[in-house]
Write a protein that binds this ligand. Sequence first.
Ligand SMILES: Nc1ncnc2c1ncn2[C@@H]1O[C@H](COP(=O)(O)OP(=O)(O)OP(=O)(O)O)[C@@H](O)[C@H]1O
Ligand SMILES: [Mg+2]
Length: 402
Amino acid sequence: MSNSDQKDDIFQTGGIFANRELLRVGHVPPLERVIGRDQEVNAVGQALGPATVGGPPETTIIYGKTGTGKSLVARCVSREAHKKADSNSVSFQHAYVDCSDYQTETKASREMARQLATNLDAETDIPRVGIAAADYRDITWDLLADFAVDSLVVILDEIDKLDDNNLLRSLSRACESGKVQAHVSAICISNKIEYRERLNERIDSSLQDNELVFDPYDAKQLRAILDNRTDAFEDGVLDSDVIPKVAALSAKEHGDARKAIDTLYEAGRLAEKEGSDIVSIDHVDDAVTRAEVNRFQKLVSGTTPHVKYILRSLALLTAEYPEQDAFRTHRIYKFYETLAEREGSDPLSEDRVYRLLKEQSFLGVTESNHTGGGQSEGSYLKHRLLRDPEIIVEALDASVTN
Ligand SMILES: Nc1ncnc2c1ncn2[C@@H]1O[C@H](COP(=O)(O)OP(=O)(O)OP(=O)(O)O)[C@@H](O)[C@H]1O
Ligand SMILES: [Mg+2]
């Protein structure tokens, strides 16, 4: 092998993926790849429809749990509206602002102005700092006027992260204020259903008419969504039971399409790393375990070493006595005491461990229940691990070495 071949070799990507972009976060597929959301697509289409013929678009609010296609539908339909308006010789513009990246009113307003300037190929200077939110909005209004834009739709994604509602308020009242000739509206998106009340209190109640709720996907829909992305893989690489398995797992959890796509991608990456020719359900299992380990590792990363010893004690007990469902505080304490001492730490008191165990149940890692211990004993607390003990131990090991 020549030297240059060797160098090429280190970039070998295996024969698993044909187009991995299709499975990447943030990829916005064309509208025809949006599966099973016809009603929602039509509702957003109806809100934006007037703007494609030069009329006023309506402001819409989209709620729904994570991974239910809210961002996707908003972006796809706005893109289609742009195309449709173009074909009618109407100037329609949209800006997408992810408020989790731009959490202050000023930053979000700047991002809106920046995107509009980019889309219009304007050479307007958008200062990074030193001007107020209202100034960025004035820049936006000037751009609309200078380029004779007929309507602007601003997608405010994750709007609950925004520090106040001034931006939304000024978008919904831009026309009334007389500052803007163009029609301006917003698509607000949130996965916090409790945000609804907060918003309704502060903003015009007329918004309630345009509320959309996206439901979680069921296994069949998730399967269709995944089936539609199989061209991310080389032909014949995916075992036939892989997609049904990923879909069933994700439906059981929250009906989250993002998680389903991520799991499929991870399974493919694991197969690729192994040099395997196919992606099998074993790769799916490994991908799920890995994701769980990562999630749990994040959960415990901020906790004290003692909490980690306690969780490890419960995990090791659970692994050692699989027939036993839950363990009494005292039993866990004895295990913990030895473990802490072995690690060179002074063990905490049993009462403190008892309270920490109860606290952990809030993290959703353990569950604590009172059990009647017979008349002489009274009731006592028993603790149960809610996750696979091997996953907990693996994550704890990883969090020690990191
Ligand atoms: N109906 C669908 N058809 C095809 N792909 C979908 C569909 N719904 C969601 N997806 C894909 O699933 C992933 C998550 O979707 P999206 O980002 O729209 O979720 P979301 O509702 O905005 O979630 P979050 O509240 O967490 O932001 C994306 O990769 C998206 O392309
Ligand atoms: Mg989203």
